[in-house]
Write a protein that binds this ligand. Structure first.
Ligand SMILES: Nc1ncnc2c1ncn2[C@@H]1O[C@H](COP(=O)(O)OP(=O)(O)OP(=O)(O)O)[C@@H](O)[C@H]1O
Length: 315
C-alpha cells in the first residue's frame, strides 16, 4: 500500500502518567502502540475497558503528547498541528462536548462558516434524518438525536480524516442503519475513518482493518477476514443420521459433544472441539469410517470478530 494513502500512523507510541517521585510512580498507559489508518478505509480500534483506546486516540488527534514514539496525521505531527491540519480532521465529540443551549441548525451553520468548503448542510441533514429536530435546543434532544448532531458536527467541515467514537451508541436500529450508510459513503468519498466501538457486530460489518488493543499494546491487527481465518483451530459441526453410542464417542479422536443442548437422536448436530489442520480432519474421517457413520451436513463454524475479541480479552 503506498505511503501516501496512509492518513494516520502511530509508531511505537508510549504514553505515561505520574512521576517517579509520587507514591503511585510512573504508570505506562501506552506501551509501544503501532497503528495505521488509510484513506478510503474504515479502521476500527477495539479493546476491553481500560485498554488505552481513548489515550491512543488522544495521541492520534494531538490532544495528548506521547512520552515516546511518533505520530503522523495527514502528514503532520498533530501535537504541533497547524490550524490547517485541524480543519482537515473531524472529531466526533461525545454528548458532553456539545453546547446544550444551542439548536443544531445554529451550531452546524456556525461550524460550517469556519470551513472553506463545508459539506452542504441540507445533504447532511437528510442523510442523518435530522430535519425534525434542527430547531430544538440540544438539551431537549434524545440521546440518539444528540449522537447524530455530534456526527454531523464532525463532518460539516468536509474533513479528510474523521475520528468517530462509538458513533452508533444509543441509536435505534433505523438510525444505526443510517449511520452505517453514511460511514460507507464517507469511505467511498475517500475519507480515512477511525472508529471505536464496543459493538463487535458493527465492527465486523464496517471495518476494512481492525486493531485490538490490550494493556496498552496492539495485540492483533488485520482485516476481519485475516483475524477470523488466521488458521487457528475451528469447531466443526456435523449432523449424525443416527444416535451415537458411548463407546463410539469414546473412540473419537477429539472430544465430540452435542451442539447447543440437542438430544442424542437421529438428525442431531454434533460439534467437534478443535480442528487445527488436515491431519485432524483425516483422524475425524477415519473415526467415521471406523464407526461406519456417513454424516449429513458437515460445516465449519464461522469465527466472528467477537470470538477473536474474547480470545484476546481472556488470554
Ligand atoms: N491521566 C491519567 N492518569 C491516570 N490514569 C489514567 C489517565 N488516563 C488514563 N488512565 C488510565 O489508563 C487506562 C487506559 O485508559 P483509556 O481511557 O485510554 O482506556 P479505554 O480503552 O479508552 O477504556 P474504555 O473502553 O473504558 O473507554 C485506564 O486504566 C485509565 O484509568
Amino acid at each position: 500500500m503506498p505511503q501516501q494513502s496512509l492518513c494516520l500512523s502511530l509508531r511505537q507510541v508510549r504514553y505515561a502518567v505520574g512521576s517517579a517521585r509520587s507514591r503511585a510512580g510512573v504508570q505506562e498507559i501506552l506501551r509501544g502502540v503501532d497503528f495505521t489508518a488509510r484513506r478510503g478505509e474504515v479502521t476500527v480500534l477495539l479493546g476491553p475497558n481500560g485498554a488505552g483506546k481513548t489515550t491512543a486516540l488522544g495521541c492520534a488527534q494531538g490532544l495528548l503528547r506521547p512520552s515516546q514514539g511518533a505520530v503522523s496525521l495527514l502528514g503532520e505531527d498533530p501535537w504541533h498541528g497547524s490550524a490547517a491540519l485541524r480543519a482537515r480532521v473531524g472529531v466526533m465529540l461525545q454528548d458532553g462536548g456539545l453546547p446544550q443551549a444551542v439548536r443544531p441548525r445554529i451550531l452546524l451553520e456556525h461550524v460550517a462558516r469556519l470551513h472553506s468548503t463545508p459539506w452542504p448542510l441540507d445533504d447532511l441533514v437528510e442523510r442523518l434524518d435530522m430535519a425534525d429536530f434542527m430547531t430544538t435546543s440540544i438539551r431537549r434532544l434524545s440521546g440518539g438525536q444528540r449522537q447524530r448532531v455530534a456526527l454531523a458536527a464532525s463532518l460539516i467541515g468536509s474533513p479528510e480524516a474523521v475520528f468517530l467514537d462509538e458513533p452508533s451508541a444509543g441509536l435505534d436500529p433505523q438510525s444505526r442503519q443510517m449511520t452505517f450508510e453514511l460511514i460507507t459513503h464517507l469511505r467511498d468519498r475517500g475519507l480515512g475513518i477511525v472508529l471505536t466501538t464496543h459493538l463487535l457486530e458493527e465492527a465486523q460489518r464496517l471495518a476494512d482493518s481492525v486493531h485490538i488493543l490490550k494493556d496498552g499494546v496492539v495485540v492483533r491487527h488485520g482485516t476481519v477476514a485475516e483475524l477470523t481465518e488466521d488458521g487457528r483451530s475451528r469447531r466443526l459441526l456435523f449432523v449424525s443420521p443416527r444416535t451415537l453410542t458411548r463407546a463410539e464417542l469414546d473412540a473419537a479422536p477429539t472430544p465430540v459433544s452435542l451442539d447447543g443442548g440437542a438430544d442424542n437422536e437421529p438428525g442431531a448436530r454434533w460439534a467437534v472441539g478443535a480442528i487445527a489442520g488436515p491431519e485432524d480432519l483425516h483422524r475425524l474421517t477415519a473415526w467415521w469410517e471406523h464407526i461406519d457413520l456417513m454424516p449429513g451436513e458437515v460445516s465449519f463454524e464461522a469465527r466472528t470478530l467477537e470470538d477473536v475479541f474474547w480470545e484476546v480479552s481472556v488470554s
